[in-house]
Design a protein around this ligand. Structure first.
Ligand SMILES: Cc1ncc(COP(=O)(O)O)c(C=O)c1O
Length: 393
C-alpha cells in the first residue's frame, strides 16, 4: 500500500458523511448573532453544541480586553514561551490561575490539547505507567502514547477496575499516574473523584484530572468536579482549557508539586510552539475574572441544563446517566444519528454529531451543550425540534 492509498478509508468516511445534505465536518458558521445564535447555510440557527458554557465569547468586557491587548501588545508574540513569547500577561494569567485553584504552580499552554500532551510527556517516560480511564479524551490518550510509558485502560468511571490495575502494578505503582477527566465530554457524566483520590492515596500513585469541561461549571467557586467533590487539594495535576467556559483558546496545568516549575525545561509541547497571542491571554484573563465574580452565570447554566435534560428525558429520549450541561441523546446506528443531526440543522438547531470512534460505544449520539446565555425559549425550541423530528424512541 502506498502512502496515498491509506486515504481510501478516510475517503469512505467522507462519502458516508457527505451522503446526506451536509457533512458535519464541513459545517461553517457564517456569522455570530449572539453567543447562542449564528447564521448557518444562510439561516438563523440556535447553537446547542458549542461548549460556550458561560456564554462569554461575546461578552463586552472580554471583547474589549482582547482588542486593547492587540492595540498595546500586537497581534501575536511570534515566539515560544522559552524565547521571546513570554509576556507579562502570560505570567499574570498563570498567577491568577494558581490563586484561583489555590495551588502554587501554574503553567499556560497554547491549547488544551497541548496542555495535556505537555503535562503527560513531562511526567511520564518509558518504563512508567499510565492508568487511563477508557473514555478519556483523545488528547489524554495521545499524551500517554507520546510519552512512551506503558498505558493500561481501566473501565470508565469504575474504581474497582482501577484498583485491580493498581494492585497488578506491585512496586511499580510508585511510577504510576492515574489519568481521568472531571466531567466527561461526550455523555456529561462525572468521575467518582473522591473514590479515585482515596485509591491514589492508598496506593501512593499520582493523579491527573482534566477539567476541560468542568471549569466554571462545577464547584462552589467553579473550579470543577474535584472542588465539587471536596478533593481539589488531593489532585496532583489539574489540566484544563480556555476554549470552553472561558470562551477563548489555550490550556493550563496547575499543581501543588514544585517539580512543575521544571516542566518548562522538559515539556516539548510547551517549548516548541508559539505562545498564545496577547488578545487570547487578555480575554481569557477577563473571562476568568467573570467566572469568579459572577456565580449567577453558573446558576443560569444549571437552570438551562435541567430544562434541557428533563425536557428530553420526559419526551422519551435516552439521555446520559447524569444531569449536566452536556446532554447527549443516544440514537441507535450511526446512520440514524447522521440523518437526525441533519434534520435538526434544517429545523434551525445546531448540535454535535458523535459517532464511533468519538462516541463511547458503537452507537451514534446527538450531543447538546447548553450555555448560561441560552434563554428558556431557546432551550424549549431545542426540545421541540427533537420532538418534531424524533426518529425513534
Ligand atoms: C476533555 C478534553 N480535554 C482536552 C481538550 C482539548 O482542548 P482544546 O480544544 O482547547 O485544545 C478537549 C477538547 O474538546 C476536551 O474535551
Amino acid at each position: 500500500m502506498s502512502l496515498l492509498d491509506k486515504f481510501l478509508s478516510a475517503k469512505a468516511i467522507s462519502e458516508q458523511l457527505g451522503g446526506t445534505q451536509l457533512d458535519p465536518t464541513r459545517l461553517v458558521i457564517e456569522r455570530m448573532i449572539s453567543p447562542t445564535e449564528g447564521v448557518i447555510n444562510g439561516r438563523r440557527t440556535i447553537l446547542a453544541g458549542t461548549n460556550n458554557y458561560l456564554g462569554l465569547t461575546l461578552d463586552p468586557a472580554c471583547v474589549t480586553a482582547g482588542i486593547r491587548a492587540i492595540e498595546e501588545l500586537g497581534t501575536g508574540t511570534t515566539g515560544s514561551r522559552m524565547a521571546n513569547g513570554s509576556f507579562s500577561t502570560h505570567e499574570a494569567l498563570e498567577k491568577e490561575l494558581a490563586d484561583f485553584f489555590e495551588m502554587p504552580y501554574a503553567m499556560v499552554f497554547s491549547t488544551g490539547y497541548s496542555a495535556n500532551l505537555g503535562t503527560l510527556t513531562a511526567l511520564l517516560k518509558s518504563g512508567d505507567t499510565a492508568l487511563l480511564d477508557a473514555d478519556a479524551h483523545a488528547s489524554l490518550h495521545d499524551g500517554c502514547q507520546m510519552s512512551g510509558a506503558n498505558v493500561y485502560r481501566f473501565r470508565h468511571n469504575d474504581p474497582l477496575s482501577l484498583e485491580k490495575r493498581l494492585q497488578r502494578l506491585g512496586d511499580k505503582v510508585r511510577d504510576c499516574l492515574i489519568v481521568v477527566e472531571g466531567m466527561y465530554s461526550v455523555l456529561g457524566d462525572t468521575a467518582p473523584l473522591a473514590e479515585i483520590v482515596e485509591l491514589k492515596n492508598r496506593y501512593a500513585a499520582l493523579l491527573l484530572v482534566d477539567e476541560a469541561h468542568s471549569l466554571g461549571v462545577y464547584g462552589d467557586r467553579g473550579c470543577g468536579v474535584a472542588e465539587a467533590q471536596g478533593v481539589l487539594q488531593d489532585v496532583d495535576f489539574l489540566v484544563g482549557t480556555f476554549s470552553k467556559s472561558l470562551g477563548a483558546m489555550g490550556g493550563f496545568c496547575v499543581s501543588p508539586h514544585p517539580q512543575m516549575g521544571l516542566f518548562r525545561y522538559v515539556s516539548r509541547p510547551f517549548i516548541f510552539t508559539a505562545s498564545s497571542s496577547p488578545s487570547i491571554v487578555a480575554s481569557t484573563h477577563e473571562a476568568l475574572r467573570q467566572l469568579i465574580a459572577r456565580p449567577e452565570l453558573r446558576e443560569a447554566l444549571w437552570r438551562n441544563a435541567q430544562q434541557l435534560y428533563e425536557g428530553l428525558k420526559s419526551a422519551g429520549f435516552q439521555v446520559g446517566p447524569e444531569l449536566s450541561p452536556v446532554v447527549a441523546v443516544k440514537l441507535g446506528e450511526k446512520e440514524q444519528a447522521l440523518a437526525f443531526w441533519n434534520q435538526l440543522l434544517e429545523a434551525g438547531i445546531y448540535t454535535n454529531l458523535m459517532i464511533p470512534p468519538a462516541s463511547p460505544d458503537r452507537f451514534g449520539y446527538i450531543r447538546c451543550s447548553v450555555s448560561a446565555a441560552h434563554t428558556a425559549e431557546q432551550v424549549q425550541s431545542i426540545i421541540d425540534a427533537f420532538h418534531r423530528k424524533a426518529p425513534l424512541r
